[in-house]
Design a protein around this ligand. Structure first.
Ligand code: SF4
Length: 322
């Protein structure tokens, strides 16, 4: 492993959620809607009814079966512990008032910053020694410095504008990186509504799948090396036996939402989700209900952003409905 690659992996390790050092911020600050992902509505800034003393979740071990799959897949990229232990140290959201409200604003900004750092680590690796590498490194330093800023600075940070800037850079790196790969096999590559599409065994190397709607799509055995999966909706996508190692911008959240197995290859920083099954080629194409994951509030799905909100914000128009 090259030193540079090891550095990127180390950075990503530092972006792991540690719920034991977090005041359960995601369970309070964020909102969610009753849906396939959540069993009930919850308003932002209101503690989830399942949150119990000690910042613990009463249904921790059975989130998926209890209808809270969104919580089982959510990932704060370590924003929770950063805000709880560092940025807003000494503030208790339980005390309410402006302190709590500010803490939630800071948590939102921090989660976005940390997610950007995750993707910038991928971008640094993909950029290699190419012309974009210096810009990626410079951008990482700016974002990394913001992570350690005081709460008052983060409260007023225009984090959405920063996101737009960084996402443009991620797109540039992606285009350059994918341009070096041999063209894939003529399958529809423009991101869009690919729900339930069957890409079994397909060559999707270098495909542009940014914000692609791949929920319930079959990608079993597909080769996604170099494919850009930024923001792709992989909920219940069948990625058994798929080559996801070498894909760009994949997050733990997307992996947790998908349905893979032991034969699925993953980028080095992504942990194999607990609910993925043992590889069985004879089983590919057959869907079965998913079991429980480890159920920590630190591994979940989009809370306040629907896929439509996120895709629209970054310039990719959602197609079709729900
Ligand atoms: S993990 Fe989900 S269900 Fe459990 S307390 Fe947090 S928000 Fe509620």
């Amino acid at each position: 492993m090259t030193t540079r690659r090891a550095d990127e992996l180390e950075l990503k390790e530092s972006l792991r959620a540690d719920c034991t050092r977090c005041a359960a911020l995601c369970c309070v600050a964020l909102a969610f809607r009753a849906s396939e992902e959540f069993a009930a509505d919850k308003l932002p800034g209101i503690a989830c009814p399942n949150l119990v003393e000690g910042h613990a979740c009463a249904i921790h071990g059975r989130l998926r079966t209890a209808g809270y799959r969104g919580c089982a897949t959510f990932d704060c990229f370590g924003a929770g512990q950063q805000v709880s232990v560092h940025t807003c140290a000494g503030v208790r959201w339980e005390d309410g008032g402006a302190g709590a409200a500010n803490m939630f604003v800071v948590f939102d900004a921090m989660r976005r910053l940390k997610e950007l750092l995750w993707h910038l680590a991928d971008a640094a690796e993909a950029a290699g020694t190419g012309p974009l590498r210096a810009t990626v490194d410079e951008t990482r330093h700016v974002v990394q410095a913001l992570v350690w800023e005081e709460a008052a600075t983060l409260e007023h940070l225009d984090v959405l504008a920063l996101q737009q800037q960084v996402l443009a850079l991620l797109g540039e790196v992606s285009s350059a990186h994918r341009g070096q790969l041999p063209a894939c096999s003529g399958l529809p590559l423009a991101a869009g509504d690919l729900r339930q599409a069957d890409f079994t065994g397909a060559n999707l190397r270098g495909a542009d799948l940014r914000y692609a709607r791949l929920a319930t799509a079959v990608l079993a055995g597909a080769d996604l090396t170099g494919a850009d999966l930024f923001g792709a909706d992989l909920r219940d996508a069948d990625v058994r036996g798929a080559q996801l190692a070498g894909s760009l911008y994949l997050t733990q959240l997307q992996a947790e939402a998908a349905d893979g197995d032991e034969a699925t290859t993953l980028p080095g920083a992504i942990r194999r989700p607990a609910h993925w099954r043992t590889a069985d080629p004879a089983d590919r194409g057959q869907r079965s209900p998913r079991g429980d994951g480890d159920g920590s509030p630190g591994d979940a799905f989009l809370f306040e952003d629907s896929w439509e909100d996120a895709a629209g914000r970054f310039g990719r128009e959602p197609e079709g409905g729900g």
